[in-house]
Design a protein around this ligand. Sequence first.
Ligand SMILES: Cc1cc2nc3c(=O)[nH]c(=O)nc-3n(C[C@H](O)[C@H](O)[C@H](O)COP(=O)(O)OP(=O)(O)OC[C@H]3O[C@@H](n4cnc5c(N)ncnc54)[C@H](O)[C@@H]3O)c2cc1C
Length: 383
Amino acid sequence: MDFELPDEMVALRDMARRFAAEEIAPHARAWDRDGEIPLETIKKLGELGFMGVLVPTDLDGAELGYLGNSIVMEEVARQCGGTALMLAAHNGLCLGHLLVAANDEQRKKYIPPLARGEMIGSWCLTEPGSGSDAAALKTTAVLDGNEWVLNGSKMFITNGHRAGLFVVTARTSEESKTRGISAFIVERDAKGLIIGPKEDKMGMRASDTVPVTLEDVRVPKENLCGALNNGFIDALTVLERGRITIGALSVGLARGALEESLAYGKEREQFGKPLVAHQTIQMLLADMAMETDAARLLVRRAALKQDAGESSEMESSMCKLFASEIATKACLNGIQICGGYGYTKDIPIERLMRDAKLCEIGEGSSQVQRMIISRRLLDLGGK
Ligand SMILES: Cc1cc2nc3c(=O)[nH]c(=O)nc-3n(C[C@H](O)[C@H](O)[C@H](O)COP(=O)(O)OP(=O)(O)OC[C@H]3O[C@@H](n4cnc5c(N)ncnc54)[C@H](O)[C@@H]3O)c2cc1C
């Protein structure tokens, strides 16, 4: 077993780290304040291949696999959680679903512009009445001649404010809760697709989150994505993979908290010596470093399983659960180390903390991850 990254992944990490330090870090505070990532930055992310990181090269992607994706996510999140969440929803969820379920024609038509970063993607599973119990969704799709007619409401949709393409799950059969749902590709200009106002969130503010309403939205019959009534099963695969992305995002936030605390603690002196020379502070820093490394190893284990073509349901849940919880803890300890200044926006730790909390909620809360892991332990079956 080799814990060192292969040369091409080291090069990718260095490139992503440089880009994040030069093009994201200087603006992250303003994007958090203003609630928007400039389209120019998204274009640059596209040019680097980061908007198509999982997509095969013949569809204009960078084909870097889940290991490459986790490296990019960590580096971007280290500087701006919101930018990383925009990437996570675009790559992990929207493109993730297309890669799992789209047919050849749909792949050729929809994936390349998304992978090049010319269009942003959204994924619409959650509804006002169904979050953790996602299969209880109420949006419907009814076939009318050569068109599907969609009606319902979606909630907390990342990237929805500017997305050009939405993958929407809707009920197509009442016969089964989980095997009565299908996925549809909905283009932004579809009549009856109503994008609501941005949520005023605690964190991840650079990334937009909106409600999406579908009022008699008609899409061609061919826009069914995947097999009829298999949309929720495909969504579970999308989430199994997506959770590695959120795990990596969390590692980036935890590392950010550690690096910011170390830098501040070396400069700031109290009782005649730098903060980092006090043993109690050293204990906090040691735990942050250890837990960040452990989280990264869990993320890489799940990523390598996916890259080997294996299922990683339990590994994905473990990495997402552990990484998100230690990220929040690292950020809270980081604020403690930085004292009063850590509680201000002069140091980015308070932003990292607000961003980190989302990772314990989105793509399945910590409670849901524990349910998935324990179901496996008790041999109660997975998806
Ligand atoms: C910023 C942001 C971005 C998001 N982006 C997207 C997106 O792009 N697409 C999308 O489809 N969704 C998105 N979501 C939705 C997200 O996945 C849900 O918020 C999440 O799954 C939790 O659902 P909920 O908010 O409805 O909480 P609920 O399901 O109502 O849960 C509330 C609390 O109860 C707990 N709980 C629920 N059931 C149980 C149980 N059986 N046992 C114990 N505890 C339980 C939960 O863990 C949670 O702590 C986003 C959410 C946010 C906040």
